[in-house]
Design a protein around this ligand. Structure first.
Ligand code: FES
Length: 171
Protein backbone atom coordinates (compact mmCIF):
# COMPACT_ATOMS: atom_id res chain seq x y z
CA UNK A 1 0.00 0.00 0.00
CA UNK A 2 1.37 3.36 -1.06
CA UNK A 3 1.34 6.31 1.31
CA UNK A 4 -0.78 9.21 0.09
CA UNK A 5 1.12 11.89 -1.79
CA UNK A 6 0.63 15.59 -1.38
CA UNK A 7 -0.71 15.86 -4.89
CA UNK A 8 -3.39 13.29 -4.16
CA UNK A 9 -4.77 15.19 -1.16
CA UNK A 10 -7.45 17.57 -2.31
CA UNK A 11 -8.07 20.58 -0.10
CA UNK A 12 -11.42 20.49 1.63
CA UNK A 13 -13.47 23.67 1.34
CA UNK A 14 -14.54 25.43 4.53
CA UNK A 15 -18.13 24.64 5.55
CA UNK A 16 -19.32 28.18 4.62
CA UNK A 17 -17.54 28.02 1.26
CA UNK A 18 -19.10 24.62 0.62
CA UNK A 19 -22.53 25.98 1.42
CA UNK A 20 -21.99 29.00 -0.86
CA UNK A 21 -20.64 26.93 -3.76
CA UNK A 22 -23.62 24.63 -3.52
CA UNK A 23 -25.99 27.62 -3.62
CA UNK A 24 -27.02 27.36 0.03
CA UNK A 25 -26.62 30.24 2.46
CA UNK A 26 -25.02 29.63 5.85
CA UNK A 27 -27.75 29.28 8.48
CA UNK A 28 -28.43 32.51 10.40
CA UNK A 29 -27.44 32.80 14.02
CA UNK A 30 -30.24 31.23 16.05
CA UNK A 31 -32.43 33.77 17.83
CA UNK A 32 -31.64 32.16 21.18
CA UNK A 33 -27.92 32.75 20.71
CA UNK A 34 -28.51 36.39 19.76
CA UNK A 35 -30.78 36.82 22.78
CA UNK A 36 -28.15 35.30 25.09
CA UNK A 37 -25.51 37.63 23.64
CA UNK A 38 -27.86 40.55 24.27
CA UNK A 39 -28.44 39.39 27.88
CA UNK A 40 -24.71 39.05 28.54
CA UNK A 41 -24.05 42.49 27.05
CA UNK A 42 -26.90 44.08 28.98
CA UNK A 43 -25.78 42.46 32.21
CA UNK A 44 -22.20 43.63 31.75
CA UNK A 45 -23.32 47.18 30.89
CA UNK A 46 -25.65 47.44 33.88
CA UNK A 47 -22.98 46.08 36.25
CA UNK A 48 -20.52 48.64 34.91
CA UNK A 49 -23.13 51.37 35.34
CA UNK A 50 -23.78 50.27 38.93
CA UNK A 51 -20.08 50.66 39.70
CA UNK A 52 -19.43 53.89 37.81
CA UNK A 53 -22.59 55.91 38.59
CA UNK A 54 -22.01 56.22 42.36
CA UNK A 55 -18.37 57.17 41.82
CA UNK A 56 -19.28 59.88 39.28
CA UNK A 57 -22.04 61.17 41.56
CA UNK A 58 -19.61 61.33 44.44
CA UNK A 59 -16.94 63.15 42.43
CA UNK A 60 -19.28 65.90 41.19
CA UNK A 61 -19.74 68.14 44.23
CA UNK A 62 -23.27 69.25 45.09
CA UNK A 63 -24.06 72.83 46.07
CA UNK A 64 -23.75 73.69 49.74
CA UNK A 65 -25.93 76.26 51.40
CA UNK A 66 -23.79 79.08 52.75
CA UNK A 67 -25.91 79.91 55.78
CA UNK A 68 -27.07 76.39 56.53
CA UNK A 69 -24.26 75.15 58.75
CA UNK A 70 -22.90 72.57 56.32
CA UNK A 71 -26.27 71.67 54.83
CA UNK A 72 -25.91 70.18 51.37
CA UNK A 73 -28.34 70.52 48.47
CA UNK A 74 -28.37 67.03 46.99
CA UNK A 75 -30.51 68.06 44.02
CA UNK A 76 -34.14 68.59 43.19
CA UNK A 77 -37.05 66.19 42.96
CA UNK A 78 -36.58 66.51 39.21
CA UNK A 79 -32.98 65.28 39.56
CA UNK A 80 -34.02 62.32 41.70
CA UNK A 81 -37.49 61.25 40.50
CA UNK A 82 -39.56 58.53 42.19
CA UNK A 83 -37.85 55.12 42.46
CA UNK A 84 -34.39 56.42 41.68
CA UNK A 85 -31.35 57.32 43.75
CA UNK A 86 -28.14 59.28 43.53
CA UNK A 87 -24.85 59.32 45.42
CA UNK A 88 -23.62 62.78 46.46
CA UNK A 89 -20.76 64.04 48.60
CA UNK A 90 -21.53 65.48 52.01
CA UNK A 91 -18.18 66.93 52.95
CA UNK A 92 -15.86 63.99 52.37
CA UNK A 93 -18.56 61.36 52.98
CA UNK A 94 -20.59 59.72 50.22
CA UNK A 95 -24.35 59.78 50.83
CA UNK A 96 -27.02 57.99 48.85
CA UNK A 97 -30.27 59.90 48.38
CA UNK A 98 -33.27 57.82 47.30
CA UNK A 99 -36.77 58.84 46.33
CA UNK A 100 -39.01 56.04 47.60
CA UNK A 101 -42.75 55.52 48.01
CA UNK A 102 -42.13 56.34 51.69
CA UNK A 103 -40.58 59.70 50.74
CA UNK A 104 -37.08 60.99 50.11
CA UNK A 105 -34.48 59.24 52.31
CA UNK A 106 -30.72 59.52 52.66
CA UNK A 107 -28.13 57.14 54.08
CA UNK A 108 -24.41 56.82 54.31
CA UNK A 109 -23.36 55.28 50.98
CA UNK A 110 -20.55 53.32 52.63
CA UNK A 111 -21.52 49.65 52.75
CA UNK A 112 -21.49 48.25 56.27
CA UNK A 113 -19.77 45.08 55.05
CA UNK A 114 -16.36 46.12 53.72
CA UNK A 115 -16.89 49.76 52.85
CA UNK A 116 -17.70 49.80 49.12
CA UNK A 117 -19.91 52.64 47.85
CA UNK A 118 -23.48 51.49 47.27
CA UNK A 119 -25.75 52.54 44.41
CA UNK A 120 -29.44 52.39 43.57
CA UNK A 121 -30.62 49.57 41.31
CA UNK A 122 -33.71 50.78 39.47
CA UNK A 123 -34.53 47.25 38.31
CA UNK A 124 -35.07 45.78 41.78
CA UNK A 125 -35.55 49.19 43.45
CA UNK A 126 -33.01 48.37 46.15
CA UNK A 127 -29.86 50.05 47.33
CA UNK A 128 -27.24 47.58 46.15
CA UNK A 129 -23.58 47.12 46.96
CA UNK A 130 -21.71 46.07 43.79
CA UNK A 131 -18.87 44.41 45.71
CA UNK A 132 -20.67 41.40 47.22
CA UNK A 133 -24.27 41.97 46.13
CA UNK A 134 -25.52 43.29 49.45
CA UNK A 135 -29.09 44.65 49.18
CA UNK A 136 -30.60 47.33 51.41
CA UNK A 137 -34.20 48.53 51.76
CA UNK A 138 -34.34 52.07 50.32
CA UNK A 139 -37.18 53.04 52.69
CA UNK A 140 -35.34 52.08 55.88
CA UNK A 141 -31.71 51.29 55.05
CA UNK A 142 -32.21 47.79 56.51
CA UNK A 143 -30.29 44.83 55.11
CA UNK A 144 -32.45 42.76 52.75
CA UNK A 145 -29.85 40.20 51.67
CA UNK A 146 -26.14 39.57 51.36
CA UNK A 147 -23.24 39.89 53.76
CA UNK A 148 -23.68 43.42 55.22
CA UNK A 149 -23.97 43.02 59.01
CA UNK A 150 -25.86 46.26 59.71
CA UNK A 151 -28.23 48.73 58.06
CA UNK A 152 -26.98 51.85 56.31
CA UNK A 153 -26.80 54.74 58.80
CA UNK A 154 -29.53 57.31 58.02
CA UNK A 155 -28.81 60.97 57.20
CA UNK A 156 -31.43 63.62 57.99
CA UNK A 157 -33.02 65.02 54.85
CA UNK A 158 -35.42 67.91 54.35
CA UNK A 159 -37.44 69.09 51.37
CA UNK A 160 -37.30 72.84 50.82
CA UNK A 161 -39.58 73.70 47.91
CA UNK A 162 -38.41 71.04 45.47
CA UNK A 163 -34.82 71.00 46.73
CA UNK A 164 -33.53 68.00 48.66
CA UNK A 165 -31.35 69.23 51.52
CA UNK A 166 -29.10 66.96 53.59
CA UNK A 167 -28.81 68.08 57.19
CA UNK A 168 -25.71 67.01 59.11
CA UNK A 169 -26.33 65.64 62.59
CA UNK A 170 -26.37 68.56 65.00
CA UNK A 171 -27.10 70.97 62.12
S1 FES B 1 -18.68 45.55 50.73
FE1 FES B 1 -20.80 45.74 50.39
S2 FES B 1 -21.52 43.73 50.36
FE2 FES B 1 -19.41 43.53 50.75
Amino acid sequence: MEPPTIGSMEPQPAPDAAARSSGREAPPSPPRRRFLRFLVGFSAASTLGMIIAPIVGFLIPPRTQGSGGGRVVAGTLEDIPANTGKVVAMGSAPVIVVNTEAGVKAYSAVCTHLGCIVGFDTTVRHIVCPCHDGHFNPASGAVLSGPPPAPLPPIAVALEDDEIVLVPSGG
